[in-house]
Write a protein that binds this ligand. Sequence first.
Ligand SMILES: *Cc1c(COP(=O)(O)O)cnc(C)c1O
Length: 448
Amino acid sequence: MSTPQFPSRRAELYRNVPDDQWNDWRWQLSHRLNSLEEIGQVLELSESEKKALSQKGLFRVDVTPYFISLINPMDPNDPVRRQVIPTDRELSAFTGMMEDSLAEDAHSPVPGLVHRYPDRALMLVTTQCASYCRYCTRGRIVGDPSATFSREEMDAQIAYLEKTPQIRDVLLSGGDPLVLAPKLLEELLTRLRAIPHIEIVRIGSRVPVFMPMRITEELCQMLAQFHPLWLNIHVNHPNEITAELAQATDRLLRAGIPLGNQSVLLAGINDCVNIQRKLVQDLVRIRVRPYYLYICDLVEGVGHFRTPVSKGIEIIEGLRGHTSGFAVPTFVVDAPGGGGKIPVMPNYVISSSDHKVVLRNYEGFISTYEEPQDYQSHDPSTCAYCQHPRVEGGQTGVLGLLEGKQMSIKPQGFDQLHMRGEEAHRLRLDDNKWKPLGIGGGEEEKKE
Ligand SMILES: *Cc1c(COP(=O)(O)O)cnc(C)c1O
């Protein structure tokens, strides 16, 4: 086996800290840096950083000694630094900015549980993290210890999951679930596992990146009781991939936990095809599969990190075909207003006819795929999965159009807007005229 070599760093300030303290996550948590004075002991601070760090009411600052050690102290544009050290650019507003751009609160049947998709739900289990990302999408609650979820709220979240059998996948997020007290996390996982319809549990955590020493054998054994359990980490730049992170991911993987990575596309940090290619290649070396690349959400304080959507398309163009297929993440725009994640990618289909598709590859080579002219379409009447769909209704959308459940999707107010002309004229119109013969709303077909 070839063991990947990744660097291990310790800032000058920590040179004399004994290893047993440095490698203790409790020491790392209790020695986090958050003030101008503390951070100034490790980094040469710019005027802009000093101004932000002196500001009252700023989104919470806290960095573990381990993570701040990855920063080049003399480089104000260091990609790790820009993720955790504020600048005065955070204080600027921008067009489109919102408090809760993903409308998560509006999609929460109980506080802290977001049920947006048919078969899975997002559970916010704490507002605390090991360090705080300057571009946090949940800055409205994250970092504020008084906003954290109470035991009653956790009970209400679990009660909702118990009575909602279509949820088969629960994602734990926050905040960071791996900063919860170990007993509390174990209790939570036990209660989720006791719900028969919950097939998988996922954890989203940046603890392996901010504080890899937290990933102890003991923690991994505790987590391994709750399989199938998946975990997504959050790495944005190759400089975050260290010997310590590699050891943490190795431990999690040995405990049988498949690992993915979610990144955020950030101006001045990773908005570069070459950085992204190195990032995804180093991730697969530590056996972490790139999962999503997100565009920055429209929340306060993140204006200077935003990029055009086209930057993400360009990055995918530079990855797909150019490197291992499983190293290519899906670039998504989490739709403002609560539409969920929308994948965005380069176009590969150039044209098509009834039996040919014209496609281009990553190099610009153009090819054709000859389609069958005698395709025997899948027959739902003899398919066990079609006869017993396990999901409840509501899975319509464009899939519903393809399945013939409806012919069009109308925006709100569409019918009223198009009721033009005189009342007398409208009354003469027959609504059935523009319904395809034979579909008629789908009712007749069901009767056989
Ligand atoms: C991202 C997200 C999920 C999970 O989406 P996947 O595409 O299955 O990873 C579920 N619920 C909410 C509210 C989310 O934001």
